[in-house]
Ligand binder design. Structure first.
Ligand code: 8YV
Length: 322
């Protein structure tokens, strides 16, 4: 493919967009950064050789039907549950993602949420901004200690491991975890305890942090019965995918204080966030910015470029998904 036609679905860090345009002659950038609808995504798959989507572009099986010109989907993001990769494979399309480079930034976000939820930082910030703060008093906005508590990691891959290290070495937390896989990433926390089930982690931990992939296999894994397994003093942190949690059941648990609080960066049906969650004080809500640092988003976009170059030069892309 000498002169591939390339569609980029969203704006990228400017220097990397420049590099993309320098390397390839036929690049269609999304100047306005407006999300492409299903018809536009289908048209891109039909008319372009390469589509470079992001984690916010839903590409279900029906978009791969009919005439397809695309041969390569270079996803900007590690999660690829938004793409029906089986349908892509059937259509003969190679899909890649961007693992590794966003591990530390996303783990930082999980810790941000954990600390904000435990120390009621969102509530405090809203109080100061609204002019309602009346001064120091012994019972004002009492939160929960983080140091010395137990963190439960569900999904001990790269990001789960990076959170475990931060929690353990930075905050003196004990680590318990569960992972469906037989082997887990080298997390480096020698006294981390592997438990036998999701439920055991939920029952044991003071902070539960989710790090499994989204999609069918884990849909609504954290549902009402599992939320009831958590301690009333415990917090749930989600930087994985929104559909891993039953949002309605979570809002009920937070409202009824059957758990103490939550910190969320991801939602089912983004960018909509249910009113039921937005109305609660004991949940910290971030707009899916886990990997949103200049350094990390630059590294992610460069990784998409590397994958694209591999593909176009006939090599197996370094982080090929299918
Ligand atoms: C997120 C992501 O920022 O790459 C992905 O798949 O969604 C990340 O960029 C993170 O997982 C959510 O906190």
């Amino acid at each position: 493919m000498l002169e591939p036609t390339i569609v980029v679905t969203r704006r990228w860090p400017a220097p990397v967009e420049k590099e993309l345009v320098r390397r390839y002659r036929s690049v269609r950038l999304n100047q306005d950064d407006v999300p492409l609808g299903p018809d536009e995504l289908k048209a891109a798959l039909r008319d372009a050789d390469v589509v470079l989507p992001t984690v916010s572009d839903r590409i279900p099986a029906e978009l791969f039907t009919g005439k397809i010109r695309a041969r390569f989907l270079g996803n900007f993001g590690v999660g690829f549950d938004h793409i029906d990769v089986a349908a892509a494979a059937r259509a003969g399309i190679v899909v890649s993602n961007t693992p590794g480079v966003l591990t530390e930034a996303t783990a930082d976000t999980a810790m941000t949420l954990l600390l904000m939820a435990a120390r009621r930082a969102g509530e405090g910030e809203r109080e100061v901004r609204s002019g309602h703060w009346t001064g120091w008093r012994p019972t004002h906005l009492m939160g929960a200690d983080v140091s010395g508590k137990i963190i439960g990691i569900l999904g001990m891959g790269r990001i789960g491991s990076a959170v475990a290290r931060r929690a353990h070495f930075g905050f003196g937390m004990s680590v318990v975890y569960y992972d469906r896989g037989k082997t887990v990433a080298d997390h480096g926390v020698t006294d981390a305890v592997r438990l036998d089930s999701v439920e055991e982690v939920l029952r044991t931990a003071d902070f539960v942090s989710l790090h499994m992939p989204g999609g069918r296999g884990n849909a609504r894994l954290i549902d009402a019965p599992r939320l009831r397994e958590m301690k009333p003093s415990a917090f749930l942190i989600n930087t994985a995918r929104g559909d891993v949690v039953d949002q309605d059941a979570l809002a009920d648990a937070l409202r009824d204080r059957t758990i103490a609080g939550a910190g969320l960066d991801v939602y089912e049906g983004e960018p909509a966030v249910p009113r039921k969650l937005r109305d609660l004080e004991n949940v910290v809500l971030l707009p899916h910015l886990g990997s949103a640092t200049l350094e990390t988003r630059t590294a992610m976009s460069l990784q998409v470029l590397d994958n694209l170059e591999d593909f176009l030069e006939g090599r197996r892309p370094w982080s090929r998904v299918v």
